[in-house]
Write a protein that binds this ligand. Sequence first.
Ligand code: FAD
Ligand code: SIN
Length: 520
Amino acid sequence: MKKYCDFLVIGSGIAGLSYAIKVAEYGKVIILSKALINETNTQYAQGGIAAVTEKYDSYDKHIEDTINAGAGLSDKQVVDIVVKEGRERIKELISWGAKFDKSSATNYDLAKEGGHSENRIFHHKDNTGFEVQRALVEEVKNHNNISVLENHYAIDLITQHHLGELVTSKSKNVECYGAYALNMNNNHIITIVAKTTFIATGGIGNIYQTSTNPTIATGDGIAMAFRAKARIENMEFVQFHPTSLYNPGERPSFLITEALRGDGAILKTKAGRKFMKKYDERGSLAPRDIVARAIDNEMKNSGDEFVYLDATKIPKERLEEHFPNIIKKCESIGIDISKEYIPVVPAAHYLCGGIKVNLKSETTIKYLYAAGESTSTGLHGANRLASNSLLEAIVFSNFAFQNSIKAIKNIEFRKGIPEWNDDGTSLSEEMILITQAMKELQQIMSNYVGIVRSNLRLKRALDRLQILFSETEDLFKKSVVTKDICELRNSINISYLIIKMAKLRKESIGLHFTIDYPSN
Ligand code: FAD
Ligand code: SIN
C-alpha cells in the first residue's frame, strides 16, 4: 500500500512533534512512531531546558559553559545561534501549553545543573519531559493535517537505490523520497512517498546494558541514514549520566536528575567519603564526563557496585516541591531521600554525534532533514552540557520547518517507487537468536566501549561485532521483517559507527577517554 504526504516525520518526541505542528500549516503530514506517541526519550527528561532569560545571566556565559563542557570541540557559530534562539523557542513551548515552574507570579524557578555557571534551566518539577510531551501531543491533536501512525516502524529510507540505481558512499546527490514502514498492527509494510522526510528518531541508549533511555532508543534513524549514505559523525561521544538509581534489573534505569546536585546533593563513596573535589574543583557539579569518570574510578578502586548521592541536607520542603517523582521512586524501593543516601551508578544516557546537519537542518541527502538526538549539529562538541539537548531539538526542528516549507514548493512526488520487496523470505523460527544477539551486543558495548576505553578493548569489540554482524545480515535476508530484527540490525550498525570513530580518535577528550592516549 502507498501513502503520500508533503512532510514525513519519523519520530514523535520533541523534535518530531514540534516540527509537525509547524509544517502542518503548509501541507499534509504523516508522523510515524514505532510505539505509542508518548514513548520517547523526551517524556523521560527530568532536569529541563536551558535558556538565557534573566539579567544576571548572559548569552556569553551560556556559550562559554557549552563550549567548556564540549571540551572546545563545539562549532562556535552553532553554539552562538542555538543559545540566542533559546528564549523564543521556550516562549513557543509555553504558547503550546507547556507549563514551567515559577518562583513568583512573574518569575520562573530556574534550576542549575552540572557545568552551568548560572541558574537557567526551565523545568516542570522533576518531570519536565513528561510535561513538554503532554503539551505537544495535545497540540498535534488539534491539527487536521497531521496523521499519527502509532506502532509503525520505519524500516528504511527510500532513495535512488530502490529505483535500481547504484548508490555508494561516494555518490553525490542522493535523494530521499520517503520511507518504508512496518505497520505492527497488521504486519504489512507500507510505502510512504513524501516530498520531504524528517528524521527525529532520538538516541541509542539501548545498545548498552544499563541506560536511562527507554527501549525505543536503538538508533534507527541514524542507521537508516547511514545505509542511505548520509554523513554520520562524532559517534564516539556517548554520554553516560553519572547518577542513575542503582536498582539492579530495572530497565530503563531511573534517572536521579542532576538538578538534585544543583540544589546541593553531594556524591559520596559507599563508606560515606566525599570524593569529587579530588577530580574537579566544581565538585559534584562538574560536567558529566568528569563526574561519570570519577564515579567509575571510585567504584573500580573500591570494588563497590555504586556510590551514594547525599540529598539529606536539602530542606524537606524543597525536596517535596521540586523532586516529587524522585521521592516517590526512591520510597518505592525503601529509601527516604530526606534521611538516607541514594545509591547511584553511571548509565548510558545521550549520544552527542549522529546524522550531520547544517544550520538549515539539512542532512547530506537531498529532501532529508533531521533534528534532535539523532543528529550531530556541532552544538555539543565532545560532551553535551546538561539540558542543552531539548533546546537543540526545538531550535533545529524550527530550522527544518523554515527550510522544508520553502523546499516543498519545488518538489514533485517521485514516480515509480516500488513496494517493499520481501521475495524469498519466510517467518523466522529463530526469534530467540535475535534476543540473544541483542544481549550479546549490549554486553560488548558495555564491557569494551563504555566510559573508559583502550585500543585493545575497541579491537575486541570490533572483532566480536563482526561475527554478530554477519550472522544478523544473514538472518535479515532470510526472515520476514520484524521490529526486533530491524532494531538488532540498526543497533549493530550504530555500534560499528561508535567503535570505528572511537578507534580513529587518538586522544582523550570529553566523553571519549582512552587509557592509551590519556589527557595531559
Ligand atoms: P525522542 O524523544 O527520543 O523521540 C524519538 C521518537 O522516534 C520516538 O517517538 C520513537 O518511537 C521514534 N522512533 C525511533 N525509531 C523509529 C522508527 N524506526 N520508526 C518509527 N519511529 C521511530 N535533555 C535535556 O535537554 N534536558 C533534560 O532534562 C533531559 N533529561 C533526560 C532524562 C532522561 C531519563 C533521558 C533518557 C534523556 C534526557 N534528556 C534530557 C535527553 C533528551 O530527553 C533527549 O535527547 C530528547 O528528548 C530527544 O528528543 P528527540 O525528539 O530527538 O527523540
Ligand atoms: C538530568 O536531569 O540530569 C538530565 C538532564 C540532561 O540530560 O540534560
